[in-house]
Design a protein around this ligand. Structure first.
Ligand SMILES: Cc1cc2nc3c(=O)[nH]c(=O)nc-3n(C[C@H](O)[C@H](O)[C@H](O)COP(=O)(O)OP(=O)(O)OC[C@H]3O[C@@H](n4cnc5c(N)ncnc54)[C@H](O)[C@@H]3O)c2cc1C
Length: 540
């Protein structure tokens, strides 16, 4: 869509048209504020985009599956009427094993029982109780996602009173867990491995479940707090079905497009190809933004969808970021673990464990390749030493098995989400000639063990190292969550103690992206919560 004419002044500027920036814009516009979204790239969505990198092949170039996006936002913004459609996946995962067996898991509990029984009848019996515990933990944690975290240390008396009320409701939620409370607290803080070891004995079940605890994070299942990452990934739903991940029809960018339509309908103006170079600050208050070409747009509210490093260390004048926030942001962990490989394929892979190139259940969900706990630990150890994993952990998705519109007839696209690949290598750099291709070849070689002929099916590849994720999507350090989702960077500590309620030391400047509570993933919650904070402040 062509850009409208840039306004000279609006009530609110949103820096960045990632999904959270768009959600914020939609809520602000619905509150009758005039809003301009300024996105630096040529398209909307940030890390939730659909891009046709190879002619005829459309890729969810970064994020590739959805479950976390908050149902309330879907309802409020009527996203279904704006073209947002989910394609649920059943089964949701397929794990081929080296010995020729395989494991399907999904929303069908009878299928799960049958499948896990092939490996352990004890585990098959235990899965129901394990999922029930996760469900309880998710029910406890979900309301937390939709509100600003309490802030007891600083702020006005009104804020402190509000924080006390929130703490009380948190306490009430915890009390309602009853005898499960200690187990839920353990889940939130423990290494995922400790939890999984107690519940289950068989691979590949343990390994398949463990990948939820490490996905996108520079942690292993043995890292304390990886249990929370596991929980974070089961907190969503697809069309009301809890914990079910699905594809967005047309790719992840269609979600961003739908939010964009809702925001425009409410009156927001959205601009692409417009980069903000700095936030204008006068007397400690936001006054608007200066664009890369020097143009100034006035606004009394500025919401930044850029990550905390970019927002506070690049876009905001250093002298106005008071207190110890600069130091806090400088020491925030942005380490990355991910390389994303998008592939155009001339046929679906045929797995040794379940052969066949025609779209079948094994192609619909996430294919877990290299997923025993020991293999994950070994892959992590490589990355700690500054080396891309010798035997990387690979999650493969083949969305064309459910959404043929993404590729020419009979052809397919594949997403490979690959860990672990450190941002800084002990030797050389990701920019060294041939380095990325050599890594992709290593990944293909591992896939060949499970799906012979895979490499020959690849028509084109788009390899995004952590450096590419930083350059293309603006993700500092290639961190897919705008900062690690570790316990010291969550809830009232995200992005920094005292600044978890979307407000910043600059009056009128808010953080509305994944670097704010409740963090990364395609959730929309930071965008909505930040907009609510800004609206509340304008009403006060
Ligand atoms: C490879 C990869 C795979 C992932 N897979 C999944 C997945 O399957 N499911 C899931 O739920 N999550 C996934 N994630 C995580 C999720 O995509 C992100 O956490 C989330 O999309 C971030 O959204 P956001 O709106 O907060 O920020 P972003 O999407 O990062 O958007 C920020 C926007 O701000 C723009 N911007 C920055 N600076 C400026 C400036 N100066 N001027 C103008 N614009 C600016 C950027 O261009 C960008 O568009 C993945 C992420 C990656 C990278």
């Amino acid at each position: 869509m062509p850009n409208p004419t840039l306004p000279r002044a609006v009530d609110a500027i949103v820096i960045g048209g990632g999904h959270n920036g768009l959600v914020a814009a939609a809520y602000l516009a619905r509150a009758k504020l005039s809003v301009a979204v300024l996105e630096r790239r040529h398209l909307l969505g940030g890390a939730a985009v659909t891009e046709e990198i190879v002619p005829g092949f459309k890729f969810s170039r970064a994020a590739y599956v959805n479950s976390l996006f908050r149902p309330q936002i879907i309802r409020d913004l009527e996203l279904k009427s704006h073209g947002f459609t989910m394609l649920p996946r059943n089964p949701s995962s397929f794990t081929p094993c080296a010995d020729g067996r395989h494991l399907f898991l999904g929303p069908d509990s009878a299928l799960n029982h049958r499948e896990i029984s092939k490996f352990s009848t004890r585990d098959a019996e235990a899965l129901g109780s394990y999922e029930a515990l996760l469900e309880k933990a998710a029910r406890f944690a979900e309301p937390i996602l939709e509100k600003a975290p309490p802030n007891l240390g600083e702020g006005s008396w009104i804020e402190k009173l509000e924080s006390l009320k929130e703490l009380a409701s948190l306490g009430w939620g915890a009390l309602k867990l009853g005898k499960d409370l200690p187990l839920v607290l353990e889940l939130l803080t423990a290494p995922a491995r400790k939890v999984l070891d107690r519940w289950f004995e068989s691979e590949p079940l343990r390994g398949t479940l463990a990948t939820d605890a490490i996905i996108g994070a520079m942690v292993s299942p043995s890292t304390p707090g990886s249990g929370y990452v596991l929980l974070h990934h089961v907190m969503g739903e697809t069309d009301g079905a809890r914990g079910v991940w699905g594809y967005v029809q047309g790719g992840m960018g269609m979600l961003a497009e739908a939010i964009g339509r809702a925001a425009r309908k409410a009156g927001a103006q959205i601009f692409t190809g417009i980069a903000v170079s700095r936030v204008l600050v006068e007397n400690g208050k936001a006054r608007g933004c200066v664009l890369d070409d020097g143009t100034e747009i006035q606004a009394r509210l500025v919401l930044s969808n850029a990550d905390p490093r970019v927002t506070f260390l690049q876009l905001t004048p250093r002298e106005s970021v008071t207190g110890d926030l600069v130091k806090r942001i400088e020491s925030m962990d942005f380490s990355s673990a991910v390389t994303k490989i998008n592939l155009a394929l001339d046929r679906l892979p045929s797995f040794k464990a379940l052969p066949g190139h025609d779209p079948s259940p094994q192609h619909r969900g996430t294919v877990h390749i290299v997923s025993t706990l020991e293999e994950i630990e070994a892959a992590y150890r490589d990355a700690c030493a500054g080396r891309p994993s010798a035997r990387p952990v690979i999650e493969m998705t083949l969305p064309t098995s459910l959404d043929p519109s993404l590729a020419p007839s009979g052809k397919h696209v594949a997403s490979l989400f690959v860990q672990y690949t450190p941002y800084r290598l002990a030797e050389g750099s990701w920019d060294d000639p041939g380095r990325k291709d050599a890594f992709a070849d290593r990944v293909f070689k591992v896939i060949e063990e499970f799906a012979p002929g895979f490499t020959r099916s690849v028509i084109a590849r788009d390899i995004l190292s952590p450096l590419d994720l930083e350059r293309i999507f603006g993700l500092t350090g290639g961190n897919i969550f705008h900062g690690s989702m570790s316990l010291d960077q969550l809830f009232w500590l995200r992005p920094a103690p005292g600044w978890a309620r979307y407000r910043t030391p600059v009056k009128g400047l808010y953080l509305c992206g994944s670097g704010a509570h409740p963090g990364g993933g395609v959730l929309g919650a930071p965008g909505r919560n930040a907009a609510m904070a800004a609206i509340e402040d304008t009403r006060r």
